[in-house]
Design a protein around this ligand. Structure first.
Ligand SMILES: Cc1cc2nc3c(=O)[nH]c(=O)nc-3n(C[C@H](O)[C@H](O)[C@H](O)COP(=O)(O)O)c2cc1C
Length: 370
């Protein structure tokens, strides 16, 4: 069924302007009658942040920004879905064109700038879903990625309000301070601002707990942090007892290897295959600093089963994909799960836990990727 969906949809999607193609993909998922997938092999199950994931392959934030199709994505075989980024008020984002495919590099550049229908629209959808599955986790794991409005007068207040609102309908919440497309947002990664943000975010989570339970809170960082800045970020995340981190978002750097050098000049965040080496390096650097205190989600550049394995070995307990889907279709999810199982078979193991971070030390010892 997924193969048929890909075979029909991908040629059409590739002929379109990338943003029109994305809209059509959401519409297809909304109306396509995807059947419930076969139950995942029990060896793919992961318990992370106190949640039971049927498999470790998630769809990253930015695909379903407005929480329109989380259940269709779960039916397509993802182990979890992260919706968002959701901002408190609706906003248009940057003018089009703002999404570009680098076909020769299997990369994507976007400068969408948090186009969002706003909290009310997303909340209505998520609340009706949570209503049909009383405990969010039992109906499939749906994380909610939140961000500040571009024109807000108090960014931290935006995060606090969104946590209080969404905690009751979220399996987990991601604090996104790493989008390169909202001017100034990434300054929240600096030590003093981050400490203030996380202390207020954790207070908001505690206030929501009587109603929502203890919702895990994750921090999503940029792959472009310097290592001294990463020291600070991990130190503060540990001292404020964040539940995990996502490493990471798109990069504003442009690797010298890019072939589509004309499109590479577009402003925005680069994702997809050209991001893999940098994202893996930052993931491993984060893993060695976290010392097992909390788990990590690895995102950036996964476009094959092998890349997914590399990501787990660099330190990811769970992985997320987005750009790889643009080039490989939903069949990529099937391929990754097969590759993970084949690896377990080869090693004679019955859980993925032994893979996590196995290559972190050697990754951090290698020359810096360019
Ligand atoms: C078109 C597009 C939109 C994105 N929007 C968001 C977003 O709203 N919030 C966010 O945290 N990350 C966003 N991302 C970043 C992805 O979640 C992911 O971290 C990044 O693309 C790296 O993964 P990939 O190489 O598999 O795409 C977006 C990425 C793309 C390509």
């Amino acid at each position: 069924m997924i193969g048929l969906f890909d075979a029909l949809a991908r040629p059409i999607l590739h002929a379109l302007d990338p943003e029109d193609a994305h809209r059509l993909a959401i519409r297809l998922l909304k109306f396509a009658p995807l059947p419930r997938p076969a139950r995942d092999d029990a060896r793919l199950a992961m318990r992370v942040f106190g949640l039971d994931f049927p498999n470790p392959v998630g769809i990253a934030a930015g695909f379903d920004k407005n929480a329109e199709v989380p259940d269709a994505l779960l039916r397509a075989g993802f182990g979890f879905v992260e919706v968002g980024t959701i901002t408190p008020l609706p906003q248009d984002g940057n003018p089009r064109p703002r999404l570009f495919r680098l076909d020769a590099d299997a990369g994507v550049i976007n400068r969408l700038g948090f186009n969002s229908q706003g909290a009310d629209a997303a909340f209505r959808r998520l609340a009706s879903r949570a209503h049909s599955h009383p405990a969010p986790a039992s109906g499939g794991i749906v994380g909610i990625n939140i961000g500040a409005n571009k024109d807000t007068s108090d960014r931290i207040a935006d995060y606090v309000a969104l946590i209080e609102r969404f905690a009751p309908v979220a399996s987990y919440i991601t604090i996104n301070i790493s989008s390169p497309n909202t001017p100034g947002l990434r300054n929240l990664q600096q030590a003093a601002a981050l400490d203030d943000l996380l202390s207020r975010v954790i207070d908001a989570r505690e206030r929501a707990a009587p109603n929502a339970g203890r919702t895990p809170v994750l921090l999503k960082i940029a792959p472009d942090l310097s290592l001294p800045d990463l020291d600070d970020v991990v130190g503060i995340a540990r001292s404020r007892r964040i539940d995990g981190m996502i490493v990471g978002n798109t990069t504003v750097t442009r690797p010298a290897s890019l072939r589509d050098s004309a499109t590479a000049k577009q402003a925005g965040g680069l994702s997809g295959a050209p991001l893999l080496a940098l994202a893996n390096r930052m993931l491993a650097e984060t893993y060695v600093r976290v010392e097992g205190v909390f788990p990590l989600i690895g995102a950036g550049g996964i476009d094959s089963g092998n890349a997914a394995l590399q990501k787990m070995r660099a330190g990811a307990s769970l992985i997320q994909i987005y750009s790889g889907l643009v080039f490989r279709g939903l069949g990529l999810v099937v391929e990754i799960k097969r590759a993970l199982l084949a690896e377990l078979q080869r090693d004679g193991r019955d859980t993925l836990n032994g893979l996590i971070g196995a290559d972190a030390a050697s990754t951090t010892a290698a020359p810096w990727p360019h």
